[in-house]
Design a protein around this ligand. Structure first.
Ligand code: ATP
Ligand code: MG
Length: 324
């Protein structure tokens, strides 16, 4: 069966005002099967949100494609204009839970009007009563007091309810893939966990079938995803099952990222997180050798010169020629 999402050799760059290019996503490839939850983790600035723009077909200048393809259910979506992508992909094929979900609702309109817009963008002919019925049914199904919530303004709702409303509206059109992209600035792991619980409700209800959960908090993915891709400086540096990546990372960056996590798992001995010294390389220059080498605790002299490719190590993909 064709995977629901296929990303093949995707490279994306931002054009700068001075004619330069920031290579934010570099040769990224992966697939997502129907029913699967994929986690993507990496430090701030490694290209996660840029990758999401590509997955939604939203290449809006200064963001451009350098190479590669994104196929949703077999159809290449990167040839579309942003306007076409909005009309045909967003919300119905791929939907994103907005970053900072709580503040993404227009405060001047009632929830029912905000939600009705989404349905009308899909089908202009549907009448008010039918829309209301559909919203009532969906909001009830995701555990909301539908009548009260639909008639409220966003500011009148408690945070947890508002979050549920945002996710409910983002998934009204039953998208095949939902992407939750958590900003690194949101250090509130309990909020992220609440979002995850909600998304699992949507999976249980059969409203969505596949999901990509993006976070800087690698350990958060432990109970969420079946597979994880770790990104560093625009590239995937390790990709494997959740078990492999979290408990047996083979790429030194994966291990450093796990070691830098704050949250200790229940039953695990509390340990001091070890920050990763230094900063990722600037993506506006041509890069040679291993991109992590300057920060890598186990780097060898040849790492700085040798360009790294993804290769199979212990049944997962690793970008490090010393990994075994
Ligand atoms: N509009 C832009 N113009 C130029 N460079 C940009 C632009 N937006 C992002 N970048 C750069 O692209 C790279 C990837 O940024 P991106 O936002 O995708 O990272 P991220 O992994 O989502 O980070 P975070 O965890 O902070 O959300 C960074 O180096 C960033 O500075
Ligand atoms: Mg981001």
């Amino acid at each position: 069966m064709t995977p629901i999402l296929e990303v093949e050799g995707l490279s994306l760059h931002y054009r700068t005002r001075f004619g330069g290019r920031i290579h934010a996503v570099d040769d990224v490839s992966f697939t997502l099967e129907k029913g699967e939850i994929l986690g993507i983790a990496g430090e701030s600035g490694c290209g996660k949100t840029t990758l999401v723009s590509g997955l939604m077909g939203l290449l809006i200048p200064p963001l451009h494609r350098s190479a590669g393809e994104v196929r949703v259910a077999g159809r290449n979506i990167l040839g579309l204009t942003p306007e076409e992508a909005r009309r045909t992909i967003l919300g119905r094929e791929v939907s994103m839970i907005p970053q900072g979900a709580l503040n993404s609702l227009n405060p001047t309109r009632k929830v029912k009007d905000l939600a009705a817009d989404v349905i009308r963008s899909h089908d202009e002919s549907v009448d008010r009563a039918a829309i209301h019925e559909r919203l009532r049914e969906r909001f009830t199904r995701i555990g909301l007091d539908a009548e009260a919530v639909l008639n409220a303004y966003p500011v009148q709702l408690p945070a947890g309810t508002k979050q549920r409303v945002v996710i409910g509206i983002s998934t009204l059109l039953n998208p095949k893939i939902v992407i939750a992209d958590e900003p690194s600035s949101a250090l509130d792991v309990s909020t992220q966990k609440a979002v995850i619980r909600l998304l699992f409700d949507l999976l249980d209800e059969g409203i969505v079938s596949s999901m990509i959960f993006i976070t800087h908090e690698l350990s958060l993915l432990r109970h969420v995803s079946s597979r994880i891709a770790v990104m560093y400086a625009g590239q995937i540096v390790e990709m494997g099952t959740t078990e492999q990546v979290i408990f047996d990372g083979r790429q030194p960056y994966t291990r450093a990222l796990m070691g830098s996590m704050l949250s200790a798992e229940p039953g695990q001995k509390a340990r001091k997180p070890v920050a990763i010294e230094g900063a990722p390389p600037y993506l506006g220059q041509e890069l040679h050798g291993c991109r992590f080498a300057p920060r890598c605790p186990v780097a060898k002299p040849d790492c700085a010169e040798r360009d790294q490719v993804l290769r199979t190590v212990k049944n997962r993909l690793v970008r490090c020629h010393h990994a075994e």
